[in-house]
Ligand binder design. Structure first.
Ligand SMILES: *Cc1c(COP(=O)(O)O)cnc(C)c1O
Length: 377
């Protein structure tokens, strides 16, 4: 695809939206089209199939259902649509994004067992097991694969097995791993996963989807309808009968997503994962050179987000660091941890280890401008 005009490239180290390729940006510039035209329906159909393929789903068992919205919309859809009458959802909660699913359940008045664990460690599987064995009203177990707020990677395969052993379906927010880290949906014991266009696939904000078990979606037809716009079965049914979204799709966002999926397959999942791992290693190397520590043990990091401990000597000013970097094309993000001054460096998008090295040249200068002599002791 030809790019007609150069556009300034920013390196986004925030937890999404991610740095996109120029070809994805320009894929949005298309002749105006009514999304009810067969030409657009064909794009939808192709993209839906590919979204299942990204996670190696068997198309006989799994399908992709897309909604118009940011990532939270698909959390909303999965939480409100998959809990039968009189049953409960259990959220294995060790971070901000699982906490959001708890909140969604509360907003819909869905009975919810909130299994809270430390946000800096892994959930205790013994507690999960005991809870599921004790409470037969739990029918959905939900968690987050990679807690973007901290960078902790959860043992989803094990949690999924516990869910299945106890007759529950397993719903996983993979919004910050899908399209980044290789995932085999069935092998990981996942019945429903979630993703959003502006994260792993490095496309544009505005489309989010679940890849889920067709059999379970069909069952959900008889569950309480708690939302109109965000009902999973209604959207699935429309896709199956008509081939498109029930309501207006994010037209240009879909063209960008189609291009981003092509670029995903062209790069290859292993090559992409190796590129991102190199970025993550470059982040740790750069931090060591500055003399900064990290919050989460390296062994449990998802290799896509690093939570950095800010110096607590009174000299550190996140906004100064942010602005200095931002003016030079690099975006960093504050931390999401209670009682600790942190910031985050995320490697989600179309970036390379060279971008990270370039970032650290700028970051070192920013620390020196704040009055530090490097490395910080
Ligand atoms: C980004 C993200 C979301 C969704 O956030 P939005 O702001 O609605 O896009 C949900 N879960 C995880 C794990 C995320 O990283």
């Amino acid at each position: 695809m030809e790019v007609v005009k150069p556009v300034i490239r920013n390196v986004l180290l925030n937890p999404g939206p991610a740095t996109t390729s120029d070809t994805v940006k320009y894929a949005q510039v298309v002749p105006d089209i009514c999304p009810r035209e067969q030409e657009f329906v064909d794009i939808m159909t192709e993209v839906r199939k590919d979204l299942v393929k990204v996670v190696h789903g068997d198309p006989e068992k799994y399908t992709a259902v897309i909604f118009t919205g940011s990532g939270t919309i698909i959390q909303d859809v999965c939480v409100n649509s998959l809990v039968p009458e009189g049953k409960k959802i259990c959220v294995v909660n060790n971070g901000a994004y699982s906490a959001r699913m708890v909140e969604i359940a509360q907003y819909y008045h869905i009975p919810c067992v909130n299994l809270e664990f430390s946000t800096t460690g892994l959930p205790d599987l013994k507690v999960v097991k005991e809870t599921l064995e004790k409470d037969n009203d739990i029918s959905v177990v939900a968690t987050v694969h990679h807690e973007t707020g901290t960078g902790v990677l959860n043992p989803i395969k094990d949690i999924g097995r516990l869910a299945h052993d106890n007759g529950c379906i397993f719903v996983v927010d993979t919004i910050s791993t899908y399209g980044l880290m290789p995932i085999d949906i069935e092998e990981q014991n996942i019945d429903f996963l979630m993703s959003s266009a502006q994260k792993g696939l490095a496309a544009m904000t505005g489309a989010s989807w679940t890849v889920g078990r067709i059999e379970e979606i069909k069952k959900s037809k008889d569950y309480p309808t708690r939302s109109y716009y965000c009902n999973l079965y209604m959207q699935y049914d429309f896709f199956e009968r008509v081939g498109e979204m029930h309501f207006t799709p994010p037209v240009q966002t879909m063209y960008a997503l189609q291009q981003a999926v092509r670029e995903y397959f062209a790069e290859g999942e292993q090559t992409r994962w190796e590129r991102l791992t190199k970025c993550w290693e470059a982040i740790h190397k750069g931090l060591e050179e500055i003399g900064l520590g990290t919050v989460i043990d390296k062994e449990i990091q998802g290799r896509l987000v690093v939570t950095v401990k800010a110096p607590d000597d009174g000299k550190f000013d996140f906004f100064k660091l942010h602005d200095y970097c931002y003016e030079r094309g690099f975006t960093i993000y504050p931390g999401k941890m209670f009682g600790l001054q942190t910031f985050r460096l995320c490697n989600l998008g179309v970036i390379t280890a060279k971008d990270i090295q370039d970032f650290f040249v700028v970051a070192k200068a920013a620390f020196e401008a704040m009055g530090y002599t490097l490395p910080i002791k």
